[in-house]
Design a protein around this ligand. Structure first.
Ligand code: CO8
Length: 258
């Protein structure tokens, strides 16, 4: 598939996906969502890619939301379908068997905040702004914002943000646990790529299993989570990397993971 609204670059084991509609502050229309779906599906299957960075083109925005001009004339059935499509694409990212880091370089509003939340880790530039402003359009978040925001920041803070539609800055987002790190906007991409490379250098199976288990927190209780963890922990011992990691430690050398 040829991409018109996103850019894909790969350097070593890290792929960078850039939403590229700066004229509309990288708003997500159907075409962009379909390209993201295609791109993440392929990256998920590509063995040479071990970590992915998602960002937005231009100085101003990561993603300023779902495209309002695309949504304005939707009927209720179409809007419901659009929300479901968003869930499908963002779940693909959230459940991809490799880490995805959002490098939030400006406005992350509505669907933009929601796609950032579908990523594993969020690094924000100090000029980034976050919010779920849907209330000001007469709607609610529709790409799982009511669910992912609540899980990340708790019910009270999610209600404050969703009821008011107010934006918060990067440091406020850090304080409430919506992002994991804030850096200067000049340092953003280097920091995101450095982190992606660091994770890409770790053994693959434990990363995949850890992601599945941490995501499973949303679905299962403590007891079932511990059962799953035990199974996955055992599974690690069937890998070469476990033997290598432990042998390297015991012999006081650096591990050479496959
Ligand atoms: N959709 C479409 N176009 C957009 C969007 C958007 N979300 N955001 C910005 N643009 C466009 C503007 O229309 C403008 O285009 P033009 O130059 O042709 O007039 C261009 O981008 C630049 O934007 P501004 O001139 O507005 O730039 P400012 O710096 O003045 O303002 C803001 C920046 C504050 C980010 C402002 O653009 C804004 O408020 N944008 C909308 C933010 C928003 O409300 N986002 C949420 C959208 S709803 C959503 O995401 C729901 C997701 C779930 C959907 C599922 C429902 C079924």
């Amino acid at each position: 598939m040829e991409y018109k609204n996103i850019l894909l670059t790969e350097e070593g084991r890290v792929a960078v996906v850039t939403v590229n509609r700066p004229q509309a502050l990288n708003a997500l229309n159907e075409e962009t969502m379909t390209e993201l779906k295609d791109c993440f599906t392929k990256l998920g299957q590509k063995e040479t890619v071990r970590a992915i960075v998602l960002t937005g083109a231009g100085e101003k925005a990561f993603v300023a939301g779902a495209d309002i001009s695309y949504m304005a004339k939707m009927n209720p059935i179409e809007a419901r379908q659009w929300a479901k499509y968003g869930h499908e694409v963002f779940n693909l990212i959230a459940n991809l068997p490799k880490p995805v880091i959002a490098a939030v370089n400006g406005f992350a509003l509505g669907g933009g905040c929601e796609i950032a939340m579908a990523c594993d880790i969020r690094i924000a530039a100090d000029n980034a702004k976050f919010g779920q402003p849907e209330i000001n359009l007469g709607i609610i978040p529709g790409f799982a914002g009511t669910q992912r925001l609540t899980r990340l920041v708790g019910k009270g803070m999610a209600k404050l943000l969703i009821y008011t539609g107010d934006m918060i800055d990067a440091n406020q987002a850090l304080a409430i646990g919506l992002v994991e790190k804030v850096v200067s906007k000049e340092e953003l991409m280097a920091a995101a790529i450095e982190l992606a490379n660091k994770i890409a250098g770790k053994p693959v199976a434990p990363i995949v299993l850890a992601k599945e288990l941490i995501n499973a927190c949303d679905e299962v209780g403590q007891k079932a989570g511990e059962v799953l963890e035990g199974e996955c922990f055992g599974m690690c011992f069937s890998t070469e990397d476990q033997k290598e990691g432990m042998d390297a430690f015991l012999n006081k050398r650096k591990p050479n993971f496959k």
